[in-house]
Ligand binder design. Structure first.
Ligand code: ZN
Length: 492
């Protein structure tokens, strides 16, 4: 018996033919055209991965060498809705909005210091000021590095901040006497949070004349220390040195913006390709440089406070932050139980998770349809997906009721093919990114007792890297994590 023949027979008078037809006609994967955002902080021209991907998936017809290409949006957000290759809106093809927005980011310079409101705050801001906050949804977000990636995430621990206040009198001059006292005297958790809030509020509300003058003095001193009175590397811990360098770099990008002092109170991270972190709602952060894929709840809600020419909203930011301390967990993902070629990154929020599939040359991998709408983009390498040629940048919509997909890479190819897939979080009970109370900042108890941060360090998953399961690769992981720890402690 052949079902297809029956369905093609239009003369069937069986009343259920139409329904049967819908059930049996499996939709297959279909090409997507994302949307490019050319924010000023993007990497310019073909150096930008966003531009190269956009050229491949036809989101751009040509690339201008002087234009910044910052973000590639794949999803149904009204500010940048993706379309199928056929011209149909993705949202119409799915029949509803996706709960998440999937992005590729190419950051050439720092993004603004920002936080994303939780649902309650998002609704209030949208109510009070719809022109600035057009979106009533919350926006937890997850970043997975494609290149070495620098970012500021979450507040430093109070011990670090109090040390930096003493070390940098120019920073101290931008903070009220009361706030400094609170920071120096705070002991238990509650008073620490209050002190941090006082400090942040006081710094953000500092008279611009004072902060601008103090920033100049600070830069002058840091530059002089770098050149003339060069401190011996062993006399100054690496995290302090990196903090100073970060301030100078930010000040170059945003002249006269006191936000350049942010590394004195925010954790400064450097993460390797394949590593990720999750930013819960109401946590301050600023991406500094590098390329990432980013997944977030479907929202464009940002409260900004510095390093930006855009609208700043210090009051709302001061009021909404949680004042948690320490950086986020660096999450290397987990090997998927269903497919050994897949590493999954599952945040503790229901809207999304990201899978990275790696297929080595000469190999094939069957990916089972997860039963929910999937968005995917080829990150690197070339191969085939059910006979369709895949190249870096090509993006697709894989319907919930479609067939499984077979990915293959020819043996003659030099590198593996990597594909990122995003969908609703199906592992909410087993998230990979969970932030414990003590993250392991430079002054973390774990650092003091163990010598280095307690963040779980997974093996470097370079973009050309293999897919050796962690359990079989312990020795490699130990070597890698030691090297990373010594040279590249992430919480700088
Ligand atoms: Zn953000």
């Amino acid at each position: 018996m052949n079902d297809d023949e029956n369905h093609n027979d239009k003369s069937l008078d069986n009343g259920t033919t139409h329904d049967n037809n819908n059930v049996n006609t499996r939709k297959s994967v279909v090409g997507l055209v994302p949307v490019v955002q050319d924010y000023a902080w993007g990497i310019r021209g073909m150096d930008s991965r966003v531009a190269r991907y956009a050229l491949e998936n036809k989101a751009l017809a040509e690339v201008d060498p002087d234009t910044p290409y910052a973000e590639l949006w794949i999803g149904t957000h009204p500010k940048g809705p993706s379309r199928l290759k056929t011209g149909e809106l993705l949202q119409d093809a799915i029949g509803e909005e996706l709960p998440f927005l999937f992005k590729v980011l190419s950051a050439g310079k720092a993004l603004s210091i920002q936080a994303h409101p939780d649902k309650e705050n998002a609704e209030r801001l949208n109510d009070e000021n719809p022109s600035k906050y057009g979106d009533a949804n919350h926006k937890p977000e997850m970043a997975i590095a494609l290149t070495p990636f620098e970012a500021m995430c979450g507040f430093r621990r109070l011990e670090e901040i109090s040390f930096l206040i003493k070390k940098h009198p120019e920073f101290a001059a931008c903070i009220s006497q009361d706030a400094k006292l609170a920071v120096f005297l705070a002991s238990e958790a509650l008073s620490q949070k209050d002190a941090l809030r006082m400090l942040f509020s006081s710094f953000m509300n500092c008279d611009p004349e004072i902060s601008s003058k103090q920033l100049k003095l600070l830069l002058f001193r840091l530059q002089a220390e770098q050149s003339r009175f060069h401190i011996h590397p062993h006399d100054e811990p690496a995290w302090e040195r990196k903090c100073s360098r970060a301030i100078m770099r930010l000040a170059q990008q945003f002249p006269d913006d006191p936000g350049a002092m942010a590394p004195l109170f925010l954790n400064y991270l450097l993460i390797a390709p394949g590593e990720s972190f999750f930013m819960a709602a109401n946590e301050p952060h600023a991406y500094v440089a590098g390329e990432i894929i980013e997944c977030m709840a479907c929202s464009d809600n940002v409260v900004r406070a510095g390093l930006t020419p855009k609208f700043k909203d210090v009051d709302n930011l001061v009021n909404m932050l949680t004042y948690s301390m320490g950086g986020p967990t660096i999450d290397g993902g987990a090997y998927s139980a269903d497919n050994p070629d897949v590493i999954r990154y599952s945040p503790p929020c229901p809207e999304f998770e990201v899978m990275i599939l790696t297929v080595d040359p000469g190999k094939e991998s069957l990916y089972k349809n997860p039963g929910v709408p999937v968005i995917m983009i080829v990150l690197e390498g070339s191969g085939y997906m059910d006979g369709k040629l895949c190249r870096p940048g090509r993006s697709y919509y894989w319907p919930a009721n479609a067939d499984d997909l077979l990915f293959t890479v020819a043996a003659a190819r030099r590198g593996a093919m990597k594909v990122a897939l995003a969908h609703k979080n199906l592992h909410l009970d087993r998230p990979t990114a969970v932030n414990p109370l003590d993250f392991g900042g430079a002054s973390s108890r774990n650092v003091l007792s163990g010598g280095y941060p307690a963040s779980p360090r997974m093996p470097y998953m370079g973009m050309g890297g293999g897919t050796t399961p962690v359990s079989q690769d312990r020795s490699l992981m130990d070597v890698e994590s030691t090297i990373n720890t010594i040279n590249d402690i992430p919480f700088m």
